[in-house]
Design a protein around this ligand. Structure first.
Ligand code: NAD
Length: 434
């Protein structure tokens, strides 16, 4: 089957490489010529475990190629995926659909052979209708259908998630489109991955509902963590105690500095806007967005408190900058608000992240980027664990104690054992634990 993937970012490149690995003939398109040039040279534009190997083997097998030219690539393609960004629109928080509609327009102008146009980008309810209208209005004479197929992969575990998904959601309005999509995902059907065929609008909403629910779960446990700190409870025990209830489930109950990343912040906001437009408020999600926004900066205040209430002139070492481990993605990372709060309080911030520093450096121009963990902590008055990269879990606390100026450790991911850290002579604080 010939497939075109438009947008070769975190989602498009992983999806394209995995579909090629299923045996399809895939062309990944991007309008960023530098990105396509690097892909031609075998250089990955993003950090995602296992991606370089997967891309290389499928390029070698002749199933995966890259191009900036959509118009020639779509000739004969049975499925054309749209996997471009849908960031928050500046000013109002609506999903910015400029990139999606630009691709729809380009497809409309060049479509000559029957194809299913598949929106994989996260898009608000009704976007599929508009994509269909754009293509229809172009006067194309060929058969086409527009399908919604939201993506649920997690950065850092993207390939496994794509190949072994919890479910595949396909919102299609006609039988031909459903049969083409069945062919696209046939290897996964054979693996018995649950597949949900639904209407296009339901499918579009499923993605936002899923992300809003997960954001709510995180925010709930974060507030329980705050309460634990006040009443003397341990949020990890609370999470375990509620998570063992099958109706609740143990995943996504890790208290921390607030959710960030390329999806939850923008998708919760976009859902609020859809709810507003349809006069059907989603008050729980409104509260989640509000609570999470204030939490990130509050983590900066937590660090300042650990320093005795005054951070002026203090050197603070941040371990981890990306919004989670195993990615270089810095979009809406909690570290950004934490850095801001610390710098506003007069602190001097130094940071180290195993993969995120190249992207983080221009976003955090006044932060000194260290060469490694121990380089970062040298001379620091406080060390703050922001992202739980494995590399930080086994840190040598005695060495940190010798290199740092102050023995203050703030663990925003509850990675360390409080007794061990205190035994090493540190003043230790974490999230929602005694
Ligand atoms: P990204 O920014 O990494 O990639 C988007 C790519 O599209 C960029 O390389 C950009 O150059 C390219 N592009 C933009 N306009 C184009 C055009 N007209 N023609 C060709 N290429 C074009 O974004 P992403 O993180 O891959 O997200 C893509 C979509 O998937 C978003 O809607 C996002 O919400 C959704 N999503 C993301 C994740 C995730 O973990 N990142 C997970 C699920 C869903």
């Amino acid at each position: 089957m010939k497939i075109v993937m438009v947008g070769s970012g975190y989602v498009g490149l992983v999806s394209g490489a995995c579909l090629a690995d299923f045996g399809h003939d895939v062309v990944c398109i991007d309008k960023d010529a530098g990105k396509i040039e690097r892909l031609h040279q075998g250089i990955m534009p993003i950090y995602e475990p296992g991606l370089a190997e997967l891309v290389a083997s499928n390029v070698k097998a002749g199933r995966l190629s890259f191009s900036t030219d959509l118009s020639s690539a779509i000739d004969g393609a049975q499925a054309i995926f749209i996997a471009v960004g849908t960031p928050s629109r500046r000013g109002d928080g609506h999903a910015d659909l400029t990139y999606v509609y630009a691709v729809a327009q380009e497809v409309a102008e060049n479509l000559k052979t029957p194809a299913v146009v598949v929106t994989k980008s996260t898009v608000p309810v009704g976007t599929g209708d508009e994509v269909e209208r754009i293509i229809r209005d172009s006067g194309t004479a060929t058969q086409f259908a527009v399908v919604s197929n939201p993506e649920f992969l997690r950065e850092g575990a993207a390939i496994g998630d794509f190949k072994r998904p919890d479910r595949i959601v396909i919102g299609a309005e006609d039988e031909w489109a459903r049969s083409v999509m069945s062919e696209v995902y046939r290897p996964l059907f054979l693996n018995k991955a649950p597949i949900l065929f639904t209407s296009r609008r339901s499918s579009e909403l499923i993605k936002y509902a899923a992300n809003a629910f997960l954001a709510t779960k995180i925010t709930f446990i974060n507030e329980m963590a705050d309460l634990c700190e006040k009443v003397g409870g341990d949020v990890q025990d609370v999470a375990r105690g509620i998570g063992l209830d099958g109706r609740i489930g143990s995943k996504f109950l890790h208290a921390g500095p607030g959710y960030g990343g390329s999806c939850f912040p923008k998708d919760t906001l976009a859902l609020l806007k859809t709810a507003e437009d349809y006069n059907s408020p989603v008050r729980i999600v409104e509260a989640v967005v509000h609570v999470n926004d204030s939490r990130k900066r509050a983590m900066g205040r937590k660090v300042i408190e650990a320093l005795g209430g005054d951070a002026r002139g203090k050197r603070i070492a941040l371990l981890g900058l990306t919004f989670k481990p195993n990615t270089d993605d810095m979009r809406d990372a909690p570290s950004i608000a934490i850095v801001q709060a610390l710098q506003d309080a007069g602190a001097d911030v130094v940071a180290y992240d195993p993969e995120g520093m190249e992207i983080a450096a221009p976003m955090l121009p006044n932060v000194t980027m260290a060469k490694g963990t121990y380089d970062a902590v040298a001379g620091a008055d406080a060390v703050v664990l922001v992202t739980e990269w494995d590399a930080f879990r086994g840190i040598d606390l005695d060495r940190v104690g010798q290199l740092a100026r102050g023995k203050v450790l703030v663990d925003l991911r509850n990675v360390f054992n409080p007794a061990e850290v205190r035994a090493a002579g540190f003043t230790y604080s974490s999230v929602g634990r005694p």
